[in-house]
Write a protein that binds this ligand. Structure first.
Ligand SMILES: [Zn+2]
Ligand SMILES: [Zn+2]
Length: 336
């Protein structure tokens, strides 16, 4: 079978052995897999990934084999799966914080991922796709689950104004999950008009292009001078923190959902003076996946305009190019 495997530099697309499965696992024939910003950073060697690991952690497929201990799933089930294998025994696992498990092993990073014809995953990470959900949407559950966790961390009150930085896939999903969670209106901040127009189509009341408009003035204008009740940072840009804190209202909530790859410098005093509630969010757990599946199934979150490109698995590098050139918001690989 074929897979996108980390090489010393970049990746190789090559034949690999069919995966091994233990009695608690299933083997899934991968249908679609989404390319995440983190896959691209691994491809570009901005983040270290050991050579030999198959990439890919956003996917959907069909179960083709199940281990002897697997009771909750059947061969033929249409599924997706979450990313993190956790120990189930440590303080974090036992207290409902499994994404923080010290033994976390991530699909497509610490063990072989889904940019391959087949992938083996523990049955307890698998979710059955609702009837009628396409495999394309099924491959988008993981990034929506990332956002569900971030929104749950910060908490939204009905009617809140939510400001989202970064109109990429994560930001577009964050805005929709915020609205589905009761936000009264959403403002999306970015640098590309096409992405901001997409945000408007998906429900943003206002957008701000920071290349053309004064960010802080515009946020003040759209919030009657109060600034946003909740800010979601989904761009991962390290130099954005001062803006984030300048645009949340005093006592408001901030969640950092983007993962910067450089150090940030920011004005700690300004942050302290705002008495903001500050949260961070990483990965997702079973509950986040469950919520993401429901929001997608009920049409509260749409992938329309977010999934823009589809490439065969072998064309992984073309897919990466489409993302890097900002032509694609989210590119999917059609695997089988
Ligand atoms: Zn991802
Ligand atoms: Zn653990």
């Amino acid at each position: 079978m074929i897979a996108v495997v980390k090489a010393k530099k970049g990746v190789e697309i090559k034949e690999v052995p069919y995966p091994q499965m233990n009695p608690d696992e299933v083997i899934i024939q991968v249908k679609y897999a989404g390319i995440c910003g983190s896959d691209i950073n691994r491809y570009l060697d901005n983040i270290f990934l050991p050579p030999g690991i198959t990439l890919g952690h956003e996917f959907s497929g069909v179960i083709v084999e199940k281990g002897d201990n697997v009771r909750n799933l059947e061969v033929g089930d249409r599924v997706t799966a979450s990313v993190a294998k956790t120990c189930g025994l440590c303080f974090y696992c036992q207290t409902g914080l499994s994404p923080l498990c010290d033994e976390t092993k991530r699909l497509g990073l610490d063990y072989n991922g889904a940019f391959a014809s087949y992938v083996a995953v523990p049955a307890k990470l698998v979710h059955i796709l609702p009837e009628g959900m396409s495999f394309q949407v099924g491959a988008s559950v993981e990034p929506v689950a990332v956002v569900c966790r971030a929104i749950r961390q910060v908490g939204i009150n009905g009617g809140d104004t939510v400001l989202v930085y970064g109109p990429g896939a994560i930001g577009q999903y964050a805005m929709q999950v915020a609205l589905a969670s009761g936000a009264g209106k959403a403002i999306v901040v970015g640098t590309r008009d096409s992405r901001l127009e997409l945000a408007k189509k998906l429900g943003a009341a206002h957008t701000i292009n920071v290349k053309k408009e004064n960010l802080r003035e515009k946020v003040a204008e759209y919030t009657d001078g109060l600034m946003a009740d909740v800010v979601v940072e989904a761009s991962g840009a390290p130099d954005i923190v001062d803006d984030v804190f300048a645009t949340v209202r005093k006592g408001g909530g901030v969640v950092f959902a983007g993962l910067p790859h450089e150090r940030s410098n920011f004005d700690l005093q300004a942050m302290v003076r705002r008495e903001a509630r500050i949260f961070t969010s990483i990965l997702n757990d079973w509950c986040d996946f469950n919520q993401a599946l429901k929001l997608l199934d009920y049409g509260k979150v749409s992938t329309e305009g977010i999934i823009t490109h589809e490439f065969p698995l072998e064309k992984f590098e073309d897919a990466v190019k489409a993302v890097l050139e900002r032509k694609a918001v989210k590119a999917l690989l059609k695997v089988s």
